[in-house]
Design a protein around this ligand. Structure first.
Ligand SMILES: Cc1cc2nc3c(=O)[nH]c(=O)nc-3n(C[C@H](O)[C@H](O)[C@H](O)COP(=O)(O)O)c2cc1C
Length: 267
């Protein structure tokens, strides 16, 4: 399966001379986790979020015409949206956020409770989840605005920059040395700034970049402990929280995966 956001990439991959994917997840920019960047030059709103437009909406008729099965993702976590996806020719949907807050989820209960508490308080979707440029990958990344996590600038600034998991590192080649030899390097824009710049990185690309490797491990309760302090967590969630609101009765009750499945199937 390949994750894509627009028909252009689907077309290119479908025509792949090696082997086309068996299917596509067409992920809208409102989905939890990483998102594709907007088409055209990056423009930000007053909160520093990428601005998306009509150009970022997939042409589902064109994708259907390509003839490889596809699933829709990003705000499709309810019965009506599944019907809509099927009516566009999708084989199904991929759902993340509503499952992420279910009781069986690997997300630490403290963070799930914190999100449900925000919902209970009446925090609206836009205030609770922001699209950020925190990810070292350079792709937009959705972040739940929770105190005590890397969403909080003070927590971010207090953490000593360090790259010790390295899953999002980029690889590159150094400039030739006096013997013309180039060396392979690995770098992360959330690592110490000097180390990134030494590896041909631009300082402005390190601004506000946060360690997702450590952050996400802490979110699932597997955070590294350094000097007796756990690495700060970072919590991701999509923009559409309507199903979470409904299933949790406005943040007042926990819910289980079986409730989600029943809700999705419209039972
Ligand atoms: C907590 C969480 C973690 C996710 N992690 C990944 C991931 O590691 N890789 C990935 O391709 N998508 C990831 N996603 C995206 C989901 O696979 C899915 O496409 C997306 O959540 C669908 O949109 P929704 O959040 O509106 O349901 C994640 C989503 C959430 C909410």
């Amino acid at each position: 399966m390949a994750i894509a956001s627009l028909q252009g990439l689907v077309q290119i991959l479908a025509e792949s001379l090696s082997e086309p994917p068996d299917g596509f997840i067409i992920e809208h920019h409102t989905a939890g986790g990483h998102n594709a960047g907007p088409q055209g030059p990056m423009k930000l709103d007053e909160l520093g979020q990428p601005i998306y437009s009509e150009l970022d909406e997939p042409d589902l008729q064109a994708i259907r015409g390509i003839g490889i099965p596809f699933w829709l993702a990003g705000g499709y976590g309810n019965h009506e949206k599944i019907q809509l996806a099927l009516s566009h020719g999708a084989t199904g949907v991929q759902v993340g956020s509503v499952f992420a807050l279910a009781e069986e989820s690997g997300m630490k209960p403290a963070y799930r409770t914190a999100i449900l508490n925000e919902i209970k308080k009446g925090t609206d979707d836009d205030a609770l989840v922001r699209t950020t440029l925190f990810s070292p990958t350079g792709f937009p990344f959705k972040v739940a605005q929770l105190d005590g996590t890397l969403a909080d600038d003070t927590v971010y600034q207090t953490r000593t920059r360090l790259c010790d998991i390295g899953l999002l590192q980029q690889r590159g080649l150094s400039k030739p040395d006096e013997n013309g030899k180039r060396r392979l390097f690995h770098r992360c824009s959330a690592a110490p700034v000097e180390s990134f710049v030494k590896k041909r990185g631009l300082p402005h690309n390190t601004e506000s970049r946060r360690c997702l490797c450590n952050g996400l491990m802490s979110t699932v309760g597997l955070g590294q402990i350094k000097n007796q302090v756990e690495e700060p967590a970072i919590v991701t969630l999509g923009n559409h929280l309507d199903s979470i609101r409904r299933l949790s009765h406005q943040g007042q009750h926990p819910y289980w995966v079986s409730d989600v499945v029943q809700d999705l199937l419209g039972d």
